[in-house]
Design a binder for this molecule. Structure first.
Ligand code: COA
Length: 258
């Protein structure tokens, strides 16, 4: 009879863990963290090329300063008097369609579009037109700061090209950015989420794993942000009066008691 819980990731033999069939202690000291992350996610050890591309993607999202929602949430929660893991968890909870989470939906768009027959230029033009007519925000495109190009995307695409992982999905993503600019008139660059989404698609990862790549990389930054808040700042951060505005009803009198 099959048991209620099952896993193909790790098992214990004589009290020792085996990850995807390899004895964990044999991996320790021989493979890097990202090589073992690849093994854990995909089930096989990566080639040197796959390992370098995965490493590049994880490094590209490691931290992006104080400003993004995840760093703000992380620090605010710590400043309320919570321990490190609670701040980090709060940061992770901000990952949604506008922040980090776009990798998943962008990878889905690239995988579904690239699976259709046809030339990437035609498929890109068609998918962009469809999104604009539906007023859909195409995930993986646009950035608050970068209007010419997201330099992180250019860097990871460069490495993916060197290692032979710039395939149909990445080509499609690049052409979609050109089409988006042409058809919308807006400088909606392929952002780092979109770049990662395209590369993981060319590496054969399921789009539903997309957000995991952002989490794995950025959690390092979130731990550092939480630790810095704990060790360098006073508790109870609050907004100052000049940072906020009340735009509700002016003061008014209650009806006299009847
Ligand atoms: C990242 C993002 C929030 C930056 O936004 P922004 O530069 O401040 O732009 P705004 O949210 O003010 O949007 C301005 C206009 O561009 C449009 N737009 C922005 N991103 C778009 C996208 N990816 N696809 C289609 N249209 C988009 C908006 O609909 C808006 O149009 P409107 O004025 O007709 O309403 C935005 O581009 C976005 O939502 N991108 C998709 C999600 C994503 O990839 N997130 C990961 C970021 S690293």
């Amino acid at each position: 009879m099959s048991k209620k819980w099952r896993t193909a990731i790790t098992q214990h033999i004589d009290g020792e863990p085996y990850v995807r069939g390899y004895r964990l202690l044999d991996l320790v000291g021989r493979y890097s963290f990202s090589q073992v992350a690849y093994l854990t996610l995909k089930g096989e050890l990566p080639t040197p090329a796959e390992a370098r591309v995965l490493d590049a993607m994880l490094v590209s999202v490691v931290d992006h300063g104080l400003a993004p929602p995840s760093a703000v949430a992380d620090r605010v929660v710590i400043s309320g008097g919570n321990p490190l893991h609670v701040g980090v968890a709060a940061g992770i909870l901000t990952f949604g369609e506008a922040h980090g989470g776009a990798i998943e939906s962008a990878a889905r768009v690239f995988q579904e579009t690239a699976a259709r027959d046809g030339d990437v230029r035609e498929l890109a033009a068609e998918r962009v037109a469809e999104a604009l007519s539906r007023k859909e925000r195409l995930p993986g495109f646009g950035h608050r700061l970068y209007k010419e190009a997201d330099p992180r995307t250019a860097r990871i695409f460069g490495i993916a090209k060197e290692e032979g992982f710039f395939g149909r999905h990445s080509a499609l993503a690049e052409v979609m950015a050109e089409e988006l600019k042409k058809q919308s008139g807006r400088p909606l660059v392929l952002n780092v989420d979109g770049g990662i989404a395209a590369i993981i698609s060319d590496m054969g990862f399921d789009w539903r794993l997309g957000k995991g790549f952002f989490i794995m990389g950025r959690v390092v930054g979130l731990v550092a942000q939480a630790f810095e808040e704990i060790t360098r700042e006073r508790p109870f951060r609050r907004l100052s009066e000049d940072e906020m505005e009340y735009d509700g009803v002016p003061p008014r009198e209650l009806e006299p008691d009847s």
